[in-house]
Design a binder for this molecule. Structure first.
Ligand SMILES: Cc1cc2nc3c(=O)[nH]c(=O)nc-3n(C[C@H](O)[C@H](O)[C@H](O)COP(=O)(O)OP(=O)(O)OC[C@H]3O[C@@H](n4cnc5c(N)ncnc54)[C@H](O)[C@@H]3O)c2cc1C
Length: 342
């Protein structure tokens, strides 16, 4: 099949690699220019799962790992501190990884696509991998995004492990993700746009040098709230259709899982069964809607551990089942303590 992929981020790069490998004719269109293209992200994810995706795409994930986490410290309101046992959470060189996924693919940089872009008309299908932008699909009235920005910094000493600061009411968090050799991503997502922790970091680390400042909002609304996933021959994959874990704003692995479902459905038949794709995405990411509801209730100060017990159990059970995929240990008592502390 002749397929246009719009957006060369996680989903676009991985899909391009896999679909070309399956014999499809692929062309990628990316809005940014080649020299300025950069994966906006803190580059943190579970190696347990990325090893498998990388292998499927002909890459050895070990070549990209920058930092292997052991413990993640969480500073909570009222001076409380919790530690998460890490079981595979790493940072990795996402720039090189995406570049290598795209090796041998035809990429047109500097093409900002819209549904009216004529050059997309002679493809069998057009895949919207534009992430947060969702440039080719209609807006969803249930969309919910959290503003965020981050810095790539170097010359950091004294901190060499993952840490986060959780904001009161779960209205966002600050992150420090180590990249090795004194480099790190520091940033924050915050509904109230105060971004506590960023200027405090620079006060504590006066020698830290900023290499890049990057920002864009993160989509928290899950697939159930991001319908439609397709319109005519345009199909959304990745964050464009809400494949982000709402509690953490974590979208690398969900986007890749979404790619796998897309590939499966596409290769099943000579035409793409959009209904089957929608059904499978909604099933796989079904519990993300419970997690999203917990986040929104907490943000609105309405989460009640008795009234919303079923929702909380759904999040716990599903996350526990997927500990390896998250890359950290899940404990019910700790989850409750965290939600209470925020
Ligand atoms: C600050 C920040 C930190 C994050 N940190 C993490 C993290 O540590 N771990 C994690 O798992 N997730 C993280 N996320 C979320 C994660 O990065 C995204 O969910 C994931 O990258 C989504 O993948 P995608 O391929 O769907 O979209 P993206 O990776 O965002 O790729 C979209 C691509 O489409 C291009 N594009 C957009 N519009 C158009 C257009 N009209 N025409 C052509 N091209 C277009 C963009 O330039 C971009 O290259 C973070 C997000 C942000 C904003």
């Amino acid at each position: 099949m002749k397929l246009a992929i719009v957006g060369a981020g996680v989903a676009g790069s991985y899909l391009g690699n896999r679909l070309q490998g399956d014999g499809h004719q692929i062309e990628i269109f990316e809005a940014t220019r080649k020299e300025s293209h950069w994966p906006v992200c803190a580059w943190g994810a579970s190696k347990n799962v990325l090893e498998i995706f990388s292998k499927n795409a002909g890459l050895d994930f070990d070549n990209y790992v920058l930092h292997r986490g052991k413990k993640l410290r969480m500073d909570l309101p009222d001076e409380k501190v919790e530690y998460l046992d890490l079981k595979g959470l790493v940072t990795y060189d996402k720039y090189l990884w995406e570049r290598d996924l795209c090796e041998g693919l035809k990429i047109n940089y500097g093409f900002h696509c819209t549904p009216e872009s004529d050059f997309l008309s002679n493809f069998d299908y057009i895949i919207d991998c534009t992430g947060f932008h969702r440039s080719l699909l209609p807006r969803s009235p249930h969309d919910f995004i959290i503003p965020s920005y981050e810095f790539l910094v170097e010359n950091v000493s004294g901190v060499d492990e993952f840490y986060v600061i959780g904001y009161k009411g779960a209205r966002g968090y600050f992150w420090f993700f180590p990249l090795g050799n004194g480099r790190a991503y520091i940033g924050a997502g915050d509904i109230d746009r105060k971004y506590y922790g960023i200027s405090e970091f620079f006060v504590k680390n006066p020698r830290a040098q900023v290499l890049r400042k990057i920002g864009r909002p993160i989509r928290l609304s899950p697939p159930k709230r991001m319908l439609p996933f397709h319109i005519d021959n345009i199909i959304g994959v990745g964050e464009s259709i809400g494949c982000v874990f709402p509690l953490l704003g974590e979208g690398i692995i969900p986007s890749l899982i979404c790619c796998n479902i897309f590939i499966d459905v596409l290769n099943k038949d000579s035409t793409f069964d959009a209904g089957l794709y929608e059904k499978r995405i909604l099933k796989k990411f079904g519990y993300y809607d419970d997690v999203y509801r917990i986040v929104r209730l907490k943000m609105d100060g309405k989460l009640n551990s008795i009234k919303h017990f079923k929702l909380l159990m759904s999040m716990y059970r599903n996350m526990k089942k997927e500990e390896k995929r998250f890359g950290f240990g899940i404990d019910f008592e700790q989850m409750n303590r965290l939600l209470k502390a925020l």
